[in-house]
Design a protein around this ligand. Structure first.
Ligand code: CA
Length: 255
């Protein structure tokens, strides 16, 4: 079942328009608990999003292909087809706009988030129930912002030189150890995506030798210090989850 929360602004949802403001962004909420679904729909609609609500997983991938929402808030536990299956199916689609739709996953257990991260589903963010609907709105805004196309006229804050094995921050070389380089490459490959310490360890050490979480933390700390000395701080630590690379335009570009 699909319910439109905001019929007055309903217009052809199949026509994407990258330049439109947040106020007309179309968000699909897939949630089988009617109270939670209605709460999310109302809060998102009150924040001027156009909202569609589905109460079942079945047919959701097809619906998304047809309507191309700007973001999806997806409950993990759904009757029929669950959130994991939907996420996997979406990410495997050939159409980039649909396959890369910003996706916020809702789960009922905080421990579940570690397992989900381990599955590398490619959800952009995770929220544990019970949540504050305001926080969901803020996270939807954040995933939309991160998904916004980067202005091609702007230099990336951090560039990686695979041949020289060095990072450049606004053109200035930053010497990194091989481990720090691999860490930065992994994190920056998908800005906004949260990586668990385990995933980072797997990326850093091909021989899977046993290293502790603290090893990753200390490499991240050193990497952040070196990037910080060059004027950027693009690695965010996400409490209880891991790390993510965030696009940083905080420091004005120096001539
Ligand atoms: Ca559910």
């Amino acid at each position: 079942m699909t319910v439109s929360a905001n019929d007055s602004t309903e217009r052809d949802p199949g026509k994407p328009d990258a330049g439109k403001p947040d106020s007309s962004k179309h968000v699909l909420v897939v949630e089988d608990e009617p109270k939670i679904g209605a709460l999310l729909r109302d809060y998102l609609a009150a924040s001027a999003f156009r909202v569609s609500l589905r109460e079942t997983g079945a047919g959701t991938v097809e619906w998304i292909r047809e309507h191309a929402p700007d973001a999806v808030v997806l409950d993990l536990m759904l009757p029929g087809v669950d959130g994991l299956q939907i996420c996997r199916a979406l990410r495997a689609l050939p159409e980039p706009r649909i396959a890369n739709v910003p996706l916020l996953m809702l789960t009922a257990r905080v421990e579940e988030i570690d397992r989900l991260l381990g599955l590398e589903l490619g959800a952009d963010d995770y929220i544990c129930k019970p949540f504050s609907p305001r926080e969901v709105v803020a996270r939807v805004r954040a995933v939309l912002r991160r998904a916004a196309p980067v202005d091609p006229g702007k230099l990336p804050a951090v560039e990686l030189d695979e041949e020289r094995f060095e990072a450049r921050v606004r053109g200035q070389a930053v010497a990194l150890t091989p481990v720090e380089f691999r860490l930065l490459r992994k994190l920056s490959a998908q800005p906004g995506r949260v990586y668990s310490r385990q995933q980072l360890m797997d990326a850093l050490y091909s021989d899977h030798r046993v290293v502790s979480d603290r090893t990753v933390d200390s490499h991240v700390k050193n990497l952040r210090r070196k990037l910080g000395e060059a004027g950027v701080d693009p690695i965010a630590s996400i409490y209880g989850l891991g790390y993510r690379f965030e696009w940083s335009e905080a420091s004005p570009q120096q001539a």
